[in-house]
Design a binder for this molecule. Structure first.
Ligand SMILES: [Zn+2]
Ligand SMILES: [Zn+2]
Length: 316
């Protein structure tokens, strides 16, 4: 489906409106994705405060966090949305599955929305800019809410024919997109099974589900959503870009490098977002390791000259 929607600033290409029925379904899915992990995280927190969570829960949380955030950052973002490197079938499939486990939407939804974000960054048509709601403190809060969570409830759709035509044509990727719910469920089942087996109890399975599943999804998603909200408002801007993208190192640590949003908007197809050795980009470091192992190739990186030319004078 392709088309345009009208905004105050004119027509926006590649954005259509969902039918009322499709919009209701989309809102229901978004509500479950947002509300359930956050609500059940409170139960995980209660168990932790009562001393009923130990190293097993911490390990399940850490392993699942690592798997799903690298699936989202290295897979969904840098490989599928930006084609920042090339990989074989096994690694591509692995990244699509672990990226889906992050519960941030199916592959084509993710990539099409993200490419639209780059096409219209902080202008009408950007699906999740915090900067299009006015300048008052109230408008700023509205913008941040929209950029963090509210955008998922929008009627606007990013047309695959405009933003994801290359991905739709790849059969394996399309099948992984269609089976999204299965991979989200697997990401909940695996820590539950591991928790039950390690504790030898049903309560252990519940703990695994809470810590490796729900709490992990909630925190991975808040880190990722903060890239769209906080990293288009607060941070440093070492590069000239036509948007409000900034580098925020705290978000970069939590979101495995994605918080270096100004670097990324200056060089969208670069596989590494950290352009200085001290900029926190765990996904970029992993990408360098994968390249060294020969598991990925044709890794895009801007030349030192291109980086120097784009840099704002006087910035580190
Ligand atoms: Zn951005
Ligand atoms: Zn991007």
């Amino acid at each position: 489906m392709s088309g345009n929607v009208s905004t105050a600033s004119g027509e926006v290409r590649g954005v259509t409106l969902a039918s009322p029925a499709a919009h209701r379904r989309q809102c229901m899915l978004a509500l479950i994705t947002v509300a359930l992990p956050n609500l059940l995280s409170l139960e995980a927190l209660r168990l932790a405060l009562e001393g009923r969570a130990g190293w097993i829960e911490a390990a399940l949380f850490a392993v699942m966090y690592l798997l799903s955030i690298t699936g989202a950052t290295i897979g969904m973002h840098r490989l599928f949305a930006h084609r920042a490197f090339e990989a074989g079938a096994a690694l591509t499939t692995w990244l699509a599955i672990t990226g889906s486990m992050a519960a941030q939407g199916p592959l084509l939804f993710w990539a099409a929305n993200h490419r639209r974000h780059h096409a219209y960054s902080d202008r009408p048509g950007d699906p999740h800019s915090p900067n299009l709601h006015g300048r008052s403190p109230r408008a700023l809060c509205r913008g941040l809410w929209h950029a963090h969570i509210g955008w998922m409830f929008s009627r606007e759709l990013s047309a695959w024919s405009v933003f994801a035509r290359d991905l739709v044509q790849q059969r394996r990727l399309f099948r992984l997109h269609q089976t999204y719910v299965l991979w989200v469920a697997l990401g909940l089942l695996l820590p539950a099974l591991a928790g039950g087996w390690l504790h030898r109890s049903w309560f252990g399975a519940w703990q695994g589900f809470l810590f490796g599943g729900m709490l992990r999804i909630a925190l991975v998603n808040h880190a990722s959503w903060a890239v769209g909200s906080i990293c288009h408002r607060w941070g440093s801007k070492p590069f000239r870009t036509h948007d409000h993208s900034v580098n925020n190192h705290l978000v970069a640590l939590l979101a495995f490098g994605e918080g270096l949003q100004n670097n990324h908007h200056a060089f969208p197809s670069a596989a590494r977002h950290g352009l200085r050795w001290w900029e926190p980009d765990p996904s970029g470091w992993l990408i360098m390791l994968l390249a060294r192992l020969g598991w990925i190739w044709n890794v895009n990186h801007p030349s030192p000259g291109a980086i120097a030319r784009a840099r704002v004078e006087g910035t580190a």
